[in-house]
Design a protein around this ligand. Structure first.
Ligand code: FMN
Length: 443
């Protein structure tokens, strides 16, 4: 499949931020953590500045349109994820205060209309000068369904079928205007050339969208499309429609399998392997020394209560009942379910690989969910990243900073220079658009 030739020289790096920014469930309780990012825009300006100074590809805002676990607020009083800024509003404001970094956010297909999403991201692409990215996920929680006039979530297969059609409509709408459709001809009075604006006339199983979009072709033509997940549905949809696939992979072997699946499926869709970047998540605790990094990790983990962590894991897996299992016993062999198809399997794998009990898997999930977690000095972290990058597990990483802003600052101060020294990461941004930065083809 020409993997060696298509492999890029630099890795891609995104920073995953959500709600208050702290990825670790109890990150907000760390003495140095900022606690009010859920409503304080000034914090986000700082987050973006740090990431941009570190030359990261993009700042990505994950989102849920509900308080997950909100049925029992008493049980989640330690969660900072109850308060968050609406991502498109936030990114639009950040666009004016940043220059180079990509600005990406989730808009779930189950609770929106393709016209709305196409329009929002085309606008963000214009406002940011070509730095917009859309994370096209289906949404995964019953609390979200209940905020959008639904009893429960749609079945997994239906959600993905709808999402595939949704994405096709969005991309079709983004192609409404040719780049030279607007004439602005004051003399003739012709504002646009009608032959250069195209009506979509989409009629499908889920959507009927006439078009055209009432927005001109944006700087990237099409904003960067991300798809996040790990199941077969993600492999088939991500490889077809996405420029970037975000995923949670706990170890290199699983990451390699997933990476290969996505690339092969992309080739099956007539694309080149390099047309879709695979970026697993990575939770990094880094210090000047290993001891310092370990102390940072221990300080957070000592706060985690095992019973609370198991309750959280249950929520994370879409409500799987874990109450009957011994916290000190082995991780039970959970199957995927309608809300989370791939997640349970990854947690089972973490238990097996690390010989962790259910309690230990749950505690680790507070820091990294089902993503890979690394504790060490800059060299350890860079070694790990280089290994995954060179061994066909990743084109780059989606960083999950446990404590904000400290963890992101640590990464940019300590790990970025180490990666740059190894020729694995840029020292200057490659271009004004996110596609250019990421080494993605123009559509
Ligand atoms: C890095 C990453 C980011 C994600 N971001 C979101 C998000 O912002 N909102 C959301 O509802 N789901 C998000 N998801 C969840 C996925 O869309 C998906 O529901 C989950 O990975 C389970 O997928 P599966 O059922 O196909 O295995 C994210 C997943 C990953 C790996």
């Amino acid at each position: 499949m020409g993997e060696a030739e298509s492999k890029q020289a630099h890795m891609n790096l995104a920073v995953f931020l959500t709600a208050d920014g702290n990825y670790h469930h109890l990150g907000w309780r760390h003495p140095d953590a900022w606690v009010d990012g859920g409503s304080n825009f000034q914090r986000w300006i700082e987050f973006a500045k740090i990431a941009e100074a570190g030359k990261l590809d993009m700042l990505f805002i994950a989102d849920q349109i509900a308080i997950v676990g909100g049925d029992d607020l008493d049980a989640i009083t330690n969660s900072s994820k109850v308060n968050r800024l609406e991502p498109m509003t936030l990114l639009s404001a950040l666009a004016g205060l940043t220059k180079n970094i990509g600005l990406a956010a989730t808009a779930a297909t189950s609770y929106s209309e393709p016209y709305t999403v196409a329009r929002m991201f085309a606008s963000l692409d214009h406002i940011s000068g070509g730095r917009a990215g859309w994370n096209c996920v289906t949404g995964g929680q019953k609390e979200e369904a209940q905020n959008f006039s639904l009893e429960r979530h749609q079945a997994h297969a239906d959600r993905y079928e709808r999402a595939n059609e949704f994405a096709d409509v969005v991309m079709g709408l983004w192609d409404s205007f040719d780049a030279d459709a607007l004439l602005y001809d004051k003399a003739s009075g012709q504002f646009f050339d009608p032959s250069k604006i195209h009506t979509l006339n989409h009629k499908g199983k889920y959507f009927s969208v006439k078009g055209p979009l009432n927005a001109s072709r944006s700087p990237q033509g099409r904003p960067v499309v991300i798809q996040a997940g790990g199941s077969d549905a993600t492999v088939s949809m991500g490889s077809r429609i996405a420029d970037v696939v975000f995923t949670a992979q706990a170890d290199l072997q699983a990451a390699q399998t997933f990476y290969r699946q996505v690339k092969e499926a992309a080739v099956g869709h007539g694309r080149a392997p390099g047309d879709v970047k695979v970026m697993p998540g990575l939770s990094v605790f880094v210090g000047q020394t290993r001891e310092e990094a370990q102390a940072k990790f221990d300080a957070l983990h000592s706060m985690v209560d095992v019973a609370d962590a198991i309750r959280g894991l249950s929520l994370l897996l879409g409500g799987v009942d874990l109450s009957g299992y011994d916290p000190d016993g082995p991780m039970p062999a959970l199957e995927g379910n309608d809300l989370r198809m791939s997640g349970p399997g990854t947690f089972v794998r973490i238990g097996r690989e690390k010989n962790y009990t259910l309690g230990q898997v749950a505690v680790q999930s507070k820091a990294a969910r089902n993503h890979c977690l690394i504790v060490g000095d800059a060299k350890d972290v860079a070694d790990h990243m280089e290994h995954w990058f060179r061994e066909g597990g990743a084109d780059g990483f989606n960083l999950l900073p446990p404590i904000m802003p400290g963890s992101l600052q640590d990464f940019c101060d300590l790990v970025v220079p180490e990666l740059q020294q190894r020729g694995l990461f840029r020292t200057e941004y490659e271009g004004p658009t996110l596609r250019e930065i990421m080494g993605l083809k123009a559509p």
